[in-house]
Write a protein that binds this ligand. Structure first.
Ligand code: FES
Ligand code: FES
Length: 162
């Protein structure tokens, strides 16, 4: 089936098998290997991307379901050599060790912050509960998301700029 999908701001038209998962289309056809596969069974969240602005586990979406949609991946966040504030906050707060969960964790955090720009610890934990990390114990991830919220808040002031 022929699909046209916009990924990180660039439009692609491709013929895909109806059974092709979005995550495999992104990685294998488009080379967007920043989006990773941890389980392939919609449990770990490592493959999280945005589909028309909502976070989805791209191993649970068919590529044909993204036809006509806008997909955002971790690879579209940094601009002009500058990390996105959520990426920067993960770096600053040592919120990753092996880094395998990090692309999905960041994409899910962005979705959470779009819905709740000032989440408390509990709200962050609930917001990322579908994303598993085997390394960090989550404490620094929660800290990073709250730090990113602080820096992304409108009117946070020049000292909040990154
Ligand atoms: Fe998609 Fe684990 S690879 S949820
Ligand atoms: Fe290793 Fe999260 S940093 S799985």
């Amino acid at each position: 089936m022929r699909i046209t999908v916009t990924v990180d701001g660039t439009s692609y038209t491709d013929d895909v098998e109806p059974r092709t998962l979005l995550v495999h289309y992104l990685r294998e056809r488009l080379g967007k290997v920043g989006t990773v596969v941890g389980c392939d069974t919609s449990n770990c969240g490592a493959c999280t991307v945005h589909l028309d602005g909502q976070s989805v586990k791209s191993c649970s979406v068919l590529a044909v379901q993204a036809d006509g949609a806008e997909v955002g991946t971790i690879e579209g966040l940094a601009r002009d050599g500058k990390l996105h504030p959520v990426q920067q906050a993960f770096h600053d707060n040592h919120a990753l060790q092996c880094g395998f969960c990090t692309p999905g964790m960041i994409m899910q955090s962005l979705d959470l912050l779009a819905e709740n720009p000032d989440p408390d610890e509990q709200a962050v934990r609930e917001g990322i509960e579908g994303n598993l990390c085997r390394c960090t114990g989550y404490q620094n991830i929660v800290r990073a998301v709250r730090d990113a919220a602080h820096h992304m808040r409108p009117g946070a002031g020049p000292d909040a700029e990154r």
